[in-house]
Design a protein around this ligand. Structure first.
Ligand code: SF4
Ligand code: SF4
Length: 138
C-alpha cells in the first residue's frame, strides 16, 4: 500500500551537500515533493519540509537511512507547537490556514490540528494575536 507522509528534516552543515533526496528515490523508491527548504545563514544548518510517498516499508527504510546519516526527522506535529496556556480559542489560525489543518469544531468551539494536512506555510503562527503558536519548520 502506498502512503504519503509529511516530514521535516533537520541536518547539520556537513550534510547540506549530501544527495539525500536522490538516494530516497534511487535506493528506496520513495518519491518526494519539497514543500519548503532552508539553509541557515547563522549556523549553516539545513532544513527541508518534504512530502514523501512510497510503500510503508520503503518509507520506514528511508527514514532509518536518514537517521543513520545524522538527519533528525520530525513529523509536522512536532514542528508546530501550540501553547494551550496562551491560546484563547479565537479561531484566527483556523481562518487563515489554507488547508484546514487547523479547524474549529463548531459545537464545542474547540481548536483541532491535523498534521497530515499542514503544508508548513506558517500563516497560523504569523497571525496568532497571542503568540500561542511556535513553528520550527524551514
Ligand atoms: S490564533 Fe492563536 S489564540 Fe487564536 S485559536 Fe489560534 S492558536 Fe489560539
Ligand atoms: S503552517 Fe500553514 S498549513 Fe500548517 S497549520 Fe499553520 S496555517 Fe495551516
Amino acid at each position: 500500500m502506498t502512503i504519503s507522509k509529511r516530514v521535516v528534516l533537520h541536518f547539520p552543515p556537513s550534510l547540506v551537500e549530501e544527495p539525500m533526496t536522490y538516494v530516497l528515490v534511487k535506493k528506496f523508491n520513495v518519491m518526494f515533493n519539497i514543500l519548503k527548504a532552508r539553509v541557515s545563514v547563522d549556523d549553516g544548518e539545513g532544513a527541508l519540509l518534504l512530502e514523501l510517498t512510497g510503500t510503508e516499508r520503503n518509507m520506514n527504510n528511508s527514514l532509518i537511512y536518514l537517521k543513520q546519516l545524522g538527519v533528525k526527522t520530525e513529523t509536522l506535529d512536532k514542528d508546530l507547537v501550540r501553547a494551550d496556556e496562551k491560546c484563547v480559542q479565537c479561531g484566527i489560525c483556523a481562518l487563515v490556514c489554507p488547508t484546514s489543518a487547523f479547524s474549529i469544531t463548531a459545537r464545542e468551539m474547540t481548536l483541532n490540528f491535523d498534521a497530515a494536512k499542514c503544508i508548513g506555510c506558517d500563516e497560523c503562527r504569523k497571525n496568532c494575536p497571542y503568540g500561542a503558536i511556535k513553528t520550527y519548520f524551514p
